[in-house]
Design a protein around this ligand. Structure first.
Ligand SMILES: *[C@@H]1O[C@H](CO)[C@@H](O)[C@H](O)[C@H]1NC(C)=O
Ligand SMILES: *[C@@H]1O[C@H](CO)[C@@H](O)[C@H](O)[C@H]1NC(C)=O
Ligand SMILES: *[C@@H]1O[C@H](CO)[C@@H](O)[C@H](O)[C@H]1NC(C)=O
Ligand SMILES: *[C@@H]1O[C@H](CO)[C@@H](O)[C@H](O)[C@H]1NC(C)=O
Ligand SMILES: *[C@@H]1O[C@H](CO)[C@@H](O)[C@H](O)[C@H]1NC(C)=O
Ligand SMILES: *[C@@H]1O[C@H](CO)[C@@H](O)[C@H](O)[C@H]1NC(C)=O
Ligand SMILES: *[C@@H]1O[C@H](CO)[C@@H](O)[C@H](O)[C@H]1NC(C)=O
Ligand SMILES: *[C@@H]1O[C@H](CO)[C@@H](O)[C@H](O)[C@H]1NC(C)=O
Length: 345
């Protein structure tokens, strides 16, 4: 995906969003049509059947293992390693960054720090796949399945008990997390405990040309899959891909982002790109905040964003209120909405 393509893509995404600014909602049929247009008009050369084909070199995927006593000095391993020195009794958190990023990204460091601030002795493992992330998006997506397999091999070779493994992936890393889950099932015939998809990547995975379930993150990839949608329909996936799908501020436009962007000078497209990045990254910010404060993001089960705005909640089920983020209960299922506007940080 070259820059011209990114711009065209964003213009259409912007128009779709503008058109539906009143009720930009995952259920809107017009938005689906618009997304279909984006997929077919701007990506005609992408053969979705081949989306997962390239083999990544496992020696180029690094695993930085942090523990409470070594929270500043991780031990590094490479894919296909057989000698992983880990305490298997602990819960293990894998953090997978997104496209154009590395394990050194600020939000990744913030998340590692957050886990140890709680003083809980986790294994926190940062998966660095920057070798395949720092290339164009349309090339990068062809390595997603292979990297998922390398992480699944790591989990299997390290003999980690699956119920204690939680894989958290942002954006394209969210799609990788899904493939970790699929490969674990192929290797071990059982599911991972939990996957969290932080605004899992939308473009080429998740619009009307929704690729098959076996090629993108979905609710079957782990015992429990939670999704946080913060820029659905632009950089993130508009549709549900979790056991429980959380949509802060209805899932596409985060209120603080637009306020910040509007303070800036620049063309509308520059502002839209800035705003979209901010919306996309909000999923990571919310998640890190939820590690510090488990009660921060109380969400209501709701049929749609419009219902949420009208305070029409689904109160009949046991899980009608759940916390978004790290401490989300495994009983959560379905659609959840919340507003972050009245929270002070
Ligand atoms: C896409 O790839 C599949 C599998 O390789 C192939 O069978 C199919 O013909 C391709 N479609 C197009 C439009 O190239
Ligand atoms: C994988 O990467 C390693 C480290 O750069 C290199 O030594 C090796 O030759 C590569 N293997 C393949 C099959 O490209
Ligand atoms: C992983 O290592 C084993 C030997 O330990 C080797 O046989 C296998 O080819 C390696 N796989 C990859 C994908 O590098
Ligand atoms: C491994 O972790 C468990 C649970 O945190 C702890 O009880 C145990 O002492 C640890 N074992 C070692 C060898 O550190
Ligand atoms: C991340 O930071 C470490 C330490 O500064 C450095 O050695 C490493 O090369 C960096 N990795 C990437 C992918 O930039
Ligand atoms: C925007 O442009 C105006 C006029 O050129 C300038 O005075 C102002 O400082 C700029 N604001 C920002 C945030 O760059
Ligand atoms: C938006 O633009 C401002 C000013 O250039 C920059 O500081 C900020 O990091 C940008 N935000 C994002 C999410 O890219
Ligand atoms: C609701 O919770 C009760 C008590 O925990 C349980 O017995 C019941 O099966 C739950 N119902 C559903 C639909 O999960």
């Amino acid at each position: 995906m070259n820059f011209v393509f990114v711009k065209l893509y964003l213009i259409v995404a912007y128009l779709a969003k503008l058109y539906h600014s009143e009720s930009y909602d995952c259920k809107s049929k017009d938005v689906q049509e618009m997304m279909y247009l984006i997929d077919t008009v701007f990506t005609p050369s992408t053969n979705f059947s081949n989306i997962n084909n390239n083999q990544a070199n496992s020696s180029l995927i690094t695993f930085a293992v942090y523990t409470l006593t070594d929270s500043k000095n991780p031990s590094y391993y490479y894919g296909n390693t057989t000698e992983v020195n880990l305490n298997r009794s602990k819960e293990t958190k894998f953090i997978v960054h997104g496209w154009s990023e590395s394990g050194n990204k600020t939000w990744v460091k913030d998340m590692v720090k957050a886990y140890f601030q709680t003083n809980k002795d986790y294994n926190v493992i940062v998966v660095d796949w920057s070798y395949y992330a720092e290339i164009t998006y349309s090339k990068s997506i062809f390595y997603v399945a292979s990297i998922g397999k390398i992480v699944a091999n790591f989990i299997t070779l390290a003999q980690l008990p699956l119920e204690k493994v939680h894989v958290i992936g942002f954006s394209l890393g969210g799609q990788i997390a899904g493939h970790v889950g699929k490969n674990i099932q192929m290797l071990q015939g059982r599911k991972l405990g939990r996957i969290t998809g932080l605004d899992a990547a939308g473009p080429l995975f998740c619009f009307k040309n929704l690729v098959d379930k076996d090629k993108r993150i979905n609710a079957d990839d782990a015992e429990f899959v939670d999704a946080i949608h913060s820029n659905g329909g632009v950089f993130g996936c508009l549709y549900n891909y979790g056991t429980a799908d959380f949509r802060p501020n209805c899932g596409t436009q985060q209120s603080d982002c637009l306020v910040e962007t509007n303070k800036r000078n620049g063309s509308f497209i520059d502002k839209f790109i800035n705003d979209s990045y901010c919306n996309h990254y909000s999923s990571t910010t919310y998640y890190v905040q939820s590690i510090y404060d488990k009660n921060k993001f109380l969400a209501n089960k709701c049929a749609s964003c419009d219902n949420y705005r009208k305070h029409i909640y689904d109160t009949t089920s046991n899980s009608s209120e759940e916390y978004m983020g790290e401490y989300c209960s495994k009983h959560a299922s379905g659609n959840y909405y919340l507003s972050t506007n009245n929270l002070n940080d």
